[in-house]
Design a protein around this ligand. Structure first.
Ligand SMILES: Nc1ncnc2c1ncn2[C@@H]1O[C@H](COP(=O)(O)OP(=O)(O)OP(=O)(O)O)[C@@H](O)[C@H]1O
Length: 347
């Protein structure tokens, strides 16, 4: 079904004309450009792109949490699961935002390891979160124990520990439990497994699949680790140069990637079981958020680019239902940049 014709009850976030800008000495720095996106209820949406492409900025806007002095414009509408009115996230006051964050949408940030206060036991973090949101602490702690157990942690041991007494994987799971204690609808995870070893990454991914079912969650997972994402996400959003260049079902993107950049990402991934640090990086210079080049932002690195790509910006088009891309030559990409055995090598 087309994103725009989709029944509203299926959509948890509707993002329109979204832009994030920073004023800099060199001029205006646009780090998210004109993004339109629907996030479906109870899906796992993966946002992928190289470092600095705008993934974290885009996801921060879902909680109106872009750091100062960044300016967010456009619309971010959140649809609660019940009969409540839709919420215009960018119009929320500070006190409304404090409730909205954690209770509706919870975020596990990049560098999660430092999210715990080192001098406070884990139990204190849970209690403080419950108290700050005027929740019944006893009931909340009972729920916390259940979530920790679901994450294969010993609740009493973890709750009575200081953060430094836990291993990286345990700390990460404790943080996920903390982010779920106020029963949010949406969990946003920004590179949550980046600091973990491969085995722990895989185990967190499988835990997230179970959690999503058990707690009826929508998960937004941000990473530059495409192999990891293909094991978790129902749909993928590919970002390049502060904009979305392709989105669609994970299988469609894996086997029928329509944008040359997505194909480059897939080709840079020799085998989707290979750790990310063994992947080759995509060649070429990184885009600059201050300098908007004419035409398609990917043309300087694109093997298929011609004169029109240098002059005109390609519009986002629907290639097949729900599969969109912004490339003039999406119909020719199969022939020009074939995927290994039609995607077989990418499994
Ligand atoms: N506080 C800030 N002020 C100005 N520009 C910023 C700020 N934080 C990030 N940026 C810029 O915004 C752009 C997008 O950054 P963002 O963190 O969203 O990228 P990302 O895709 O999440 O990268 P990574 O995977 O490395 O986290 C980058 O060019 C970055 O330099």
């Amino acid at each position: 079904m087309d994103d725009e014709t989709r029944d509203e009850s299926d959509v948890v976030f509707e993002v329109r004309d979204l832009e994030v800008t920073f004023g800099t000495d060199r001029g205006e720095s646009k780090v998210v450009r004109n993004v339109d996106l629907d996030i479906r209820r109870n899906e796992t949406l993966g946002i992928v792109g190289e470092s600095g492409s705008g993934k974290s900025m885009l996801s921060s806007t879902l909680m109106n949490a872009v750091v100062e002095p960044g300016e967010t414009s456009g619309e971010v509408t959140y649809y609660p699961p019940d009969d409540r009115e839709p919420i215009s996230v960018l119009d929320l006051s500070e006190s409304e935002l404090r409730e909205f964050r954690w209770e509706e949408v919870s975020m596990v940030f990049q560098g999660a390891m430092s999210s715990f206060n080192p001098v406070k036991r884990v139990r204190g973090h849970f209690k403080e979160t419950l108290e700050d949101h005027n929740r019944d602490v006893d009931a909340g702690m009972e729920r916390a124990r259940g979530i920790l157990e679901d994450l294969y942690l010993d609740p009493e041991r973890v709750l009575s520990s200081y953060p430094y007494e836990l291993s990286g994987g345990m700390k990460q799971r404790a943080l996920i439990a903390l982010s779920l204690v106020l029963e949010p609808e949406v969990l946003v995870m920004d590179e949550p497994t980046a600091a973990l070893d491969l085995l722990m990454q895989r185990s967190i991914i499988s835990l997230l699949r179970d959690l999503k079912e058990a707690y009826d969650l929508t998960i937004i997972f941000i990473t530059h680790d495409l192999p990891l994402l293909t094991k978790l996400a129902d749909r993928l959003v590919v970002m390049y140069a502060f904009d979305v260049v392709e989105m669609g079902d994970t299988q469609d993107i894996l086997y029928h990637a329509a944008h040359p950049y997505t194909r480059m990402l897939l080709q840079a991934t020799p085998d989707l079981n290979v750790p990310v640090d063994e992947m080759r990086s995509v060649e070429g210079n990184k885009p600059d958020p201050v300098v908007r080049i004419p035409g398609c932002s990917y043309h300087p690195r694109c093997p298929m680019a011609d004169e029109s790509c240098k002059q005109e910006e390609p519009p986002m088009v629907e290639r097949s239902p729900g599969h969109r891309t912004s490339c003039f030559y999406h119909d020719e990409v199969d022939e020009a940049m074939p995927l290994r055995s039609d995607g077989e090598g990418s499994r």
